[in-house]
Design a protein around this ligand. Structure first.
Ligand SMILES: NC(=O)c1ccc[n+]([C@@H]2O[C@H](COP(=O)([O-])OP(=O)(O)OC[C@H]3O[C@@H](n4cnc5c(N)ncnc54)[C@H](O)[C@@H]3O)[C@@H](O)[C@H]2O)c1
Length: 497
């Protein structure tokens, strides 16, 4: 007999909000085509539900048994499933996971992002009312505050489209549910990227509008220019928030202005440390029983992120080596006191790192180097998607590949070679069942993205087709958001918005 499957979600809410949320979920399930019947059971204070192709589900609004170990005002929604097929279980849990945030939770996030949430005070004349927006920003709670802000700046929710990158963030399903159920925004999955773009263009163009792209990883414009070139003219501008996105558009002849938050001083000088810190913290959270102090680590790529990762690992008392294919970066790493070498293979052979942190942005490490690692080593990436490590090569060179659950994938390399674990299956570790930076930290960059959208929608003539790094820096400085950030978190600020 199969054990019951259980999914529990903690929501922060008033008792009324929690009851309302659970009631809405039961109502949604009752009209779900996979559900045959749905009844309230007084004796167990639960909704009981029978699935069409067998199996029984139960939904209970519970309280934590140990409130001292939970956040204040926590309610626990417990979904249980018994005796059905895996497909029926998946249909039941897919619905149960899609819980929008409560007003209490949204209010907390809004208070944590004062710069982003107050942008409409800066531009009260709704500068985005005539524009569609297509976004690929990470599905985290901070993103919902950006969306609220864009709506307050005038975007019609019917003219907004979100591409879900399908990373396993801490609250990915709830963010999705909130966008769809509370705002009626179209959400498309990354795997259906092209259809999502076409749908967006059709909807927005029918209303006589054009669109701004707010991208995080160069997903949209390369697809438009290569696969839908006849629609390139629909877009008036591109805001890009990450280096990998810049790399992807580099070879393209961009017919529109790029507002490059990715390459801005603000992003490089302020945010990189936070990302590195979040990446290292989540790595340690996944490996609570490891002792990394005193052990060897290797950082691949001494760019903005890699430089900060190397420094954070050093403060965690690891012995850190750095490899960069660019000789100037390598010299910089050497002169900062890190162990370096011209040959990656030689560096791995002599330093024998137990932790390898990939921060290059493209393939940097494969089976040949992995074979030189000590046993029980960990590979960790900060790069978008799973591009950093050659996972296909690792798989082909292994006698056994095991799914290690939340930890990632284990590879037993063939021959007299080590076993290693690729944490988070090689996806960027700061998003792996986590929310990366704290909301107060990421506020500045999200506000910067919105500044970009407003500027592009307004047709600022200083922004020319192609890259605009210097002008982006100028416009971000003019917007005053960094001044506000300094007022909040600088020497005179109390650290709270
Ligand atoms: N996880 C996140 O939250 C997050 C946030 C921002 C950026 N990123 C990603 O992190 C990656 C790095 O970003 P960055 O801003 O530090 O980029 P960067 O361009 O500043 O640094 C990349 C470094 O890698 C070096 N390099 C290039 N090819 C190499 C190779 N084969 N071997 C060794 N070194 C090589 C370059 O010389 C450079 O020093 C990008 O993919 C970016 O998109 C992730």
């Amino acid at each position: 007999m199969k054990p019951p499957l259980v999914h529990a979600v903690d929501v922060i809410a008033t008792p009324d909000e929690a009851r309302h949320l659970a009631g809405e979920l039961a109502a949604r399930l009752s009209v779900n085509p996979d559900v045959q019947s749905m009844d309230w059971d007084e004796a167990t204070a639960s909704w009981r539900c029978a699935l069409v192709d067998g199996g029984r589900g139960r939904l209970t609004l519970a309280a934590p048994a140990d409130p001292a170990a939970a956040a204040v005002n926590t309610h626990r929604l417990v979904a249980t499933f018994e005796q059905g097929s895996p497909d029926a279980a998946e249909a039941f849990f897919a619905a149960a996971r899609h819980l929008p945030f409560t007003d209490t939770e949204v209010a907390a996030a809004v208070s944590e992002l004062p710069l982003t949430s107050r942008l409409a005070d800066r531009w009260p004349d709704k500068p985005l009312a005539g524009t569609g927006v297509l976004l690929t920003i990470h599905h985290m709670r901070d993103f919902l505050v950006l969306v609220d802000s864009l709506l307050a700046l005038g975007v019609d929710p019917a003219h907004m489209t979100v591409i879900d990158k399908e990373y396993p963030y801490a609250h990915t399903h709830r963010v999705d549910a909130h966008l769809v159920q509370r705002h009626g925004i179209a959400v498309w999955r990354y795997r259906d990227l092209r259809e999502g773009i076409e749908d967006h263009i059709g909807r927005v163009a029918a209303a006589g509008k054009r669109s701004v792209v707010m991208d995080d990883g160069g997903y949209v414009m390369p697809t438009v220019l290569r696969e839908l070139p006849e629609h390139a003219g629909h877009f008036t501008g591109l805001v890009e928030q990450t280096t990998s996105g810049i790399r992807k558009v580099e070879g393209l002849d961009l017919p529109l202005p790029l507002f490059s938050v990715a390459e801005s001083d603000m992003k490089g000088m302020i945010e990189s440390y936070g990302i590195a810190d979040a990446a290292v913290r989540n790595t340690l959270r996944l490996l609570p029983d490891e002792k990394l102090e005193g052990q060897a680590a290797l950082v691949l790529g001494f760019g903005r992120i890699g430089h900060e990762v190397a420094r954070v690992l050093e403060t965690r008392r690891m012995r850190v080596a750095v490899f960069d294919s660019d000789i100037t970066r390598l010299v910089a790493a050497h002169e900062e006191g890190f162990l370096t070498g011209r040959s990656l293979e030689q560096l791995v052979r002599t330093h024998r790192p137990r932790l390898v942190f990939g921060c290059v942005g493209s393939r940097s490490f494969g089976a040949r180097e992995a074979r030189l690692l000590p046993d029980r080593s960990f590979l960790v990436s900060t790069t978008s998607r799973n591009f950093e490590f050659d996972l296909a090569e690792l798989r082909a060179g292994s006698t056994q590949v095991t799914d290690r659950g939340v930890l990632g994938t284990g590879y037993q390399l063939a021959g007299d070679s080590p076993e290693l674990v690729v944490l988070g299956h090689g996806m960027p570790i700061n998003f792996h069942y986590a929310e990366s930076l704290s909301n107060r930290y990421v506020d500045l960059v999200l506000a910067g993205l919105a500044v970009g959208a407003v500027t592009l929608a307004g047709g600022d003539e200083r922004l020319r087709p192609g890259h605009n790094v210097a002008t982006t820096n100028l416009i971000l400085a003019e917007a005053g958001i960094v001044d506000d950030y300094y007022r909040l978190y600088g020497p005179a600020g109390g650290g709270r918005g």
